[in-house]
Every structure is written in structure tokens, then in C-alpha cells.
Design a protein around this ligand. Structure first.
Ligand SMILES: [Zn+2]
Length: 304
């Protein structure tokens, strides 16, 4: 790699640009072989729905601590989560909840409540920190403490991580491996799970890919003094996600969705999730599962 840090990208030599691309990359696909055993019960599609229970933490992380901003996040825990849990119960849909440790400490009953209802709780940073601003030791310390908090509260050690804002620092994959996570769900190199490569080397870490298209935030976020405004009617969003699901089902693949209680949890929006699950359930051939169970199901592909 070039030692000249002031070089512009167009001046980089091949080892430099190749090195950037290959630092963290998609390895082998972990989609099980086609056939009735691809998904449990002969299901046509695996459906993995997730909630990033961020609540107040993105505002706290930015030092925006006014009661108004705190209340906007608190809505997620106070008003939205109970509705979401009722909806998931009604559709018999287990889901994954990614919980920043500070949220777990603010409301010690929240993470155990998810687990009691058959959902997964997994790591989502300490305070939704921007990991790209951290050195290796700080990132390891925060994520290690986050694992400890969730483990102590739920009695189950989380097997997965979704990095805050899906960001990866230069150290994130090292830290993920040092903490022994079975899977990450923050990157987007495919529609189906794959093995992460680290500088060309196999890691044994499963990636369950995400996508902005299958995330409520880019469509529905509101920032009064920023440029962010909800720009799509929730019912239009429903059609996008139905189309994404139907395509995944036709391919025998995975439909993965990322939602946020403080964003999706309003009545006009939760209706979208209700209709979507109605649609998925109407096919009668979906395996609705947690990210942890999906990672475990595809893990044998790591041994090939
Ligand atoms: Zn988040």
C-alpha cells in the first residue's frame, strides 16, 4: 500500500484501492442448496424482521439532550413497543430487537420483555456511538460492556450485532471477532446471507445483509431543522416491501426488514407492518424467524 496519505484516490496505486475494497468483503453465499430443506418446514422464503430499539440514544449520542428530543425517543419505548409486541404476537412472528446498552439500562424490563415473548435481543452499540470516530480499544470496550449489560438482563448472551447506523470502522470486524459474535447484520453486499472476508481471509462470521430500501428510516424520518422530512405515504411503502418480499419468495431467498419503534410505531405506520405480515402470512409458506436463528440455520455453509 502507498505510504503517501495525501494521495488523491485517482493517484492511488493498485494495492491501495484494492486494499480498501478487500478490507471487509463478501465471501461465499450461505444460501442453503435449493430444495425442500433450504428453509425449515419446506418454507419458500425466510423472513427476518428486526427492530432497532434506539429510542433516545441517537439524540444522546449527538449531545442533543433537550426534553423535546428525549420525548421523541421515549415515544418508541413507551407507546410503540407495546403495540409492536401485540402485533407480532397476533401474527405469531418472532423478531430481532437490537438494543443499545444505554436503552437497556434506562428501562431494565425492556430487553427481558422481548426475550420472554420469544424474540431475540442483540447488540446495537453502547449509546449508538459513531464507531468510525473510535479507536479499536474504545470500540471493543463499549461493545464488550454492551454484551455484558444485555447478558445480565436477559440471561442470554447475544450472538449477533448490528452496528449503530450500520457503520463499520477499520476495527469493527476485528472487534466482532474478538467478542465471538456468530453474525453481523449491518452490511449490504447481497440479498442473502454470506460469510464475511477480512482482507481476503475467511472469518466464519455470518453476514445477514440489510438495505436502506427495507428500512423505515429513509422514508419516514423527521428532523425539524435538518433537511429530513417524511416523503412517502406509509401505504406506498407497503407496496415496496410487499414487492421485495415477493421477489425474495420467488427466488427462495430471504426477506429482511429493519424498523425503529420510534419511527414505525405510530398508528398510520404500524398499519403497514400489520398489512405486510398479513400478506406474508397469507402465503402460508414463510419461515418467519429471528436473525440469530437464520444465522444458525445457514452456518453449516461456513464449513463447506
Ligand atoms: Zn440504530
Amino acid at each position: 500500500m502507498t505510504t503517501d496519505d495525501t494521495a488523491q484516490p485517482w493517484q492511488w496505486d493498485e494495492p491501495t484501492w484494492r486494499g480498501h475494497v478487500e478490507r471487509v468483503r463478501a465471501g461465499r453465499s450461505l444460501l442453503p442448496a435449493a430444495g425442500p430443506d433450504r428453509w425449515p418446514g419446506g418454507a419458500a422464503v425466510a423472513v427476518a424482521i428486526s427492530f432497532d430499539s434506539d429510542h433516545e440514544t441517537p439524540s444522546l449520542r449527538d449531545g442533543e439532550t433537550s426534553p423535546g428530543r428525549m420525548a421523541q425517543g421515549e415515544y418508541g419505548a413507551r407507546a410503540a413497543v407495546p403495540r409492536i409486541l401485540e402485533l407480532l404476537h397476533r401474527h405469531e412472528a418472532p423478531a430481532s430487537f437490537y438494543v443499545p446498552a444505554v436503552c437497556a439500562l434506562l428501562r431494565p424490563d425492556e430487553a427481558p420483555g422481548y426475550v420472554e415473548r420469544g424474540h431475540e435481543v442483540a447488540v446495537h452499540g453502547w449509546i449508538h456511538e459513531r464507531n468510525t470516530q473510535l479507536g479499536h480499544d474504545d470500540e471493543l470496550d463499549l461493545l464488550g460492556r454492551a454484551v455484558d449489560v444485555l447478558t445480565a438482563q436477559t440471561g442470554v448472551r447475544p450472538t449477533g450485532i448490528r452496528t449503530p447506523s450500520w457503520d463499520f470502522s477499520d476495527s469493527t470486524l476485528d472487534v466482532v471477532r474478538e467478542l465471538g459474535f456468530a453474525y453481523d447484520s449491518s452490511l449490504m453486499a447481497d440479498d442473502v446471507p454470506y460469510e464475511l472476508l477480512h482482507r481476503g481471509e475467511r472469518t466464519g462470521v455470518v453476514e445477514i445483509p440489510v438495505e436502506w430500501i427495507r428500512d423505515d428510516a429513509p422514508y419516514l424520518m423527521m428532523d425539524r431543522f435538518g433537511g429530513l422530512r417524511p416523503w412517502m405515504a406509509p401505504r406506498d411503502l407497503l407496496q415496496i416491501w410487499i414487492d421485495e418480499h415477493d421477489a425474495a419468495r420467488a427466488a427462495g431467498g430471504v426477506f429482511q426488514l429493519t424498523l425503529h419503534p420510534h419511527i414505525i410505531g405510530h398508528p398510520s405506520r404500524l398499519l403497514v407492518l400489520d398489512r405486510l405480515l398479513e400478506h406474508i402470512r397469507s402465503t402460508d409458506d414463510a419461515w418467519i424467524t429471528t436473525h440469530a436463528a437464520l444465522a444458525e440455520h445457514v452456518a453449516p455453509g461456513l464449513r463447506d
